[in-house]
Design a protein around this ligand. Sequence first.
Ligand SMILES: O=c1[nH]cnc2c1ncn2[C@H]1C[C@H](O)[C@@H](CO)O1
Ligand SMILES: [Zn+2]
Length: 364
Amino acid sequence: MSVENTPLTLDSIRRVPKVLLHDHLDGGLRPGTVIELADAIGYDALPTHDVGELGRWFRDAADSGSLESYLETFAHTCGVMQTEEALVRVAAECAEDLAADGVVYAEVRYAPELFAERGLSLDAVVEAVQAGFAEGERRAAEQGKIIRMGTLLCAMRQHARALEIAEVAVRHRDAGVVGFDIAGPEAGFPPTRNLDAFEYLRTNNAHFTIHAGEAFGLASIWEAIQYCGAERLGHGVRIVDDLKANLDGTHQLGRLAAYVRDRRIPLEICPSSNIQTGAARSIADHPIGLLAKLRFRVTVNTDNRLMSGCTMSSEFAALAEAFGYGWADLQWFTINAMKSAFLDFDQRLDLINNVIKPGYAALV
Ligand SMILES: O=c1[nH]cnc2c1ncn2[C@H]1C[C@H](O)[C@@H](CO)O1
Ligand SMILES: [Zn+2]
């Protein structure tokens, strides 16, 4: 049956190849794993030890309407990710879960400094996570699911350790760390606080994205691109503030929005997360519909699968329902993401031509 004739359901969406550029390792644990690791590590602050209740707790607590309170839930996931064994397990399960959902290439990010509270060095953290990703790739392949994992290291905006983390990222670039990001609370912590880190990365020909235009508006996006040199925008959804609706239904782009669109700067859009933090009211109201229609380089992402109770496939399914997207649209988002990945060009091309296009051309 050709893909055009296949109805778009959560199940059929799971079977087409997908690419994920914005997913946090500490936002994607299985609830059961959080509980088992808490018991093993002696972490006694979990709100409940019931698997179903804990999953609901994360979703409800993250449904807070502000980025700051959304971020508080990460104390529990980071709390249990303080040993090498825990990091290997979480990373392996992350790769397995993404592969089971039909993700063929993922860039998963985390802040090493958050896993060093019980004495692990930053390098030991990175080595453990890389070992876990390799193990997850191997286990997925055994199940007939091929996934390629890339890693982004985040510095936390409020901690002012960005240069040190950027150095760690460059040190591990040949072991699968493909880029860098800054995350954490946006208001009050503009990306320009970390200019030394961005200069270091640029002079080392390293890739980076910046969380910008999520909890804060155009100024944050402008700084991220024009002062820091970000290649992609984490969220970037507030770029809609630079669009003006004309009476005839067309839109006029301000200079920053035009720059972002002209330069094909990828937007790592995370619809469910944006609703939880208050950056968008609902999926149907989400600016992704307009941004995609105006042909910005839009990609679709999960951000935090645990906190949003979502998967790549469920994000696609929700968007298809809200905006009437078909397979051609999902393929467009997927190829946009693959083009925007921090992976070598020849490998991106290989995945587009030999995995993504054939996968959409025919559902097996
Ligand atoms: O959407 C987000 N915006 C800013 N920071 C975020 C978001 N999602 C997760 N984080 C933070 C919390 C994690 O501990 C950290 C590194 O993954 O990144
Ligand atoms: Zn994020």
